[in-house]
Design a protein around this ligand. Structure first.
Ligand SMILES: NC(=O)C1=CN([C@@H]2O[C@H](COP(=O)(O)OP(=O)(O)OC[C@H]3O[C@@H](n4cnc5c(N)ncnc54)[C@H](OP(=O)(O)O)[C@@H]3O)[C@@H](O)[C@H]2O)C=CC1
Ligand SMILES: CC(=O)[C@@H](O)[C@H](O)COP(=O)(O)O
Ligand SMILES: [Mn+2]
Length: 393
């Protein structure tokens, strides 16, 4: 390992972003080394990843999983130390050996470890958009206080980051920025009638037209809640009011997002729909490295098209605008209610269109006054989860 090699902790290594991150890291063994890998349910895959990448630490969900993994690693001659539980996720995110943290756990479960990385002043490569949805103000405050480097991995926000002037300091007006434009694929049901949305299957909802992703974010893309979460994420990352963040449906997912400038210029980032590009940029910024992705062939692409999002058929996007403008803990409630409703849809307990109904009910019923700590937000998150779980039964 060279002295300048970057020590990476990969939170959520067994997921879609986790695996893509390992693909990029494997292309550059001289540039990066793995400090820690973390998994939740996929122990066999974590074992294989430890054998291949030999991290210093592996984190699993509980004592039983740790007792299973330790002897397997030992027999294989791998000296990775196995830790367990939520606290261990925060530990590996803030170790002195860790230079950079890829935050790729799904859902609000990723918040505390991402916060630990931010508080410890790490290079935080943020895929876990839910951290900013639940705790945007506290998260950005922690980044500023510690001097952490926050690099967006979500493709749209990474595209905006690439389209902003270099040395951008958070002052949009001084940089001549007028608006941000988030592109949305429209999901698998872009052209479906409202009545038919009541009957779509889990398999259809998880079949994203352009991206290969985990199941939760795939359902979010299908309801357009993903774009709602990304609106809130963009608000916090780039210090932009919701009124200056447009959402445009672009079914090809080739333009990953854009920045409008005061002089009428629009700067966009384009690329194949492959997360290895934004992951590679977050890992190598301000430089660029090979990501192993297919190059765009404009002649094969033909045309790029645009249309307005339909918030009547996809009310989750409207609910996210509503939560952002309500402030307080509304975005935390929106996220928690959505996580429970999506899990219930994936388990066959509610229909696709019920997801928005559950989120709307939680926002209407619960106290949305602002929490001032992560513990307070997690209590509000738990309250919203209980509320929706009780309604679903
Ligand atoms: N996939 C994509 O292309 C994109 C994803 N994102 C965001 O990145 C994040 C990850 O998404 P994705 O990779 O698709 O998700 P996946 O479901 O594929 O992977 C999630 C990862 O988190 C782990 N995990 C799940 N629950 C817990 C928990 N309670 N505690 C600790 N670890 C847990 C999983 O472990 P295990 O598998 O072992 O159970 C897995 O490693 C999400 O926030 C998503 O919105 C953003 C842009 C694009
Ligand atoms: C790859 C990525 O960043 C996802 O968030 C993706 O953007 C989902 O696509 P849509 O939500 O636009 O369908
Ligand atoms: Mn995205």
């Amino acid at each position: 390992m060279s002295r300048s090699s970057l020590g990476v902790t990969l939170l959520g290594s067994t997921g879609s972003i986790g695996k893509s991150t390992l693909d990029v890291l494997a292309l550059h063994p001289e540039r990066f080394h793995l400090v820690a890998l973390t998994a939740y349910s996929q122990l066999d895959l974590l074992f294989e990843q430890c054998c291949r990448f030999k991290p210093l630490f592996a984190v699993v969900a509980n004592e039983a999983a740790a007792r299973e993994l330790r002897p397997r690693l030992s027999v294989a001659g791998i000296r990775t130390e196995v830790l367990q539980g939520e606290g261990a996720l925060e530990t590996v995110a803030s170790l002195p050996q860790t230079d950079a943290v890829m935050a790729a756990i799904v859902g609000a479960a990723g918040l505390r470890p991402a916060m630990a990385a931010a508080r410890a002043g790490k290079r935080v490569m943020l895929a876990n958009k839910e951290s900013l949805v639940v705790a945007g103000a506290l998260f950005m405050q922690a980044v500023r206080a510690s001097g952490a480097t926050l690099l967006p991995v979500d493709s749209e926000h990474n595209a905006i980051f690439q389209s902003l002037p270099s040395g951008f300091n958070g002052d949009m007006a001084a940089s001549g920025v007028e608006k941000l434009v988030l592109t949305a694929s429209g999901g698998p049901f872009r052209r479906m009638a409202a009545a038919d949305l009541e009957h779509v299957t889990v398999e259809q909802a998880c079949a994203h037209p352009n991206w290969s992703m985990g199941r939760k974010i795939s359902v979010d893309s299908a309801t357009l809640m993903n774009k709602g979460l990304e609106l809130i994420e963009a608000h916090w990352l780039f210090n932009m009011p919701a009124a200056d963040i447009e959402v445009v449906v672009h079914p090809q997912s080739v333009i990953h997002s854009m920045v409008r400038y005061r002089d009428g210029s629009v700067i966009a980032q384009l690329g194949a729909p492959d997360m290895r590009t934004p992951i590679a940029y977050a890992l190598s910024w301000p430089e660029r490295i090979e990501a192993g992705v297919e190059r765009l062939d404009f002649l094969k692409l033909g045309s790029l098209t645009f249309e307005a999002p339909d918030m009547a058929r996809f009310p989750c996007l409207a609910l996210a605008y509503q939560a952002l403008s309500a402030g307080g803990d509304a975005c935390c409630v929106l996220n928690a209610a959505n996580e429970v409703a999506v899990a219930a849809f994936l388990a066959g307990k509610i229909g696709f269109a019920d997801i928005a109904r559950q989120v709307e009910a939680a926002l209407a019923a619960l106290d949305l006054s602002a929490s001032t700590s992560i513990d307070g937000l997690m209590a509000r998150d738990a309250e919203a989860r209980r509320f929706v779980a009780t309604r679903i039964g």
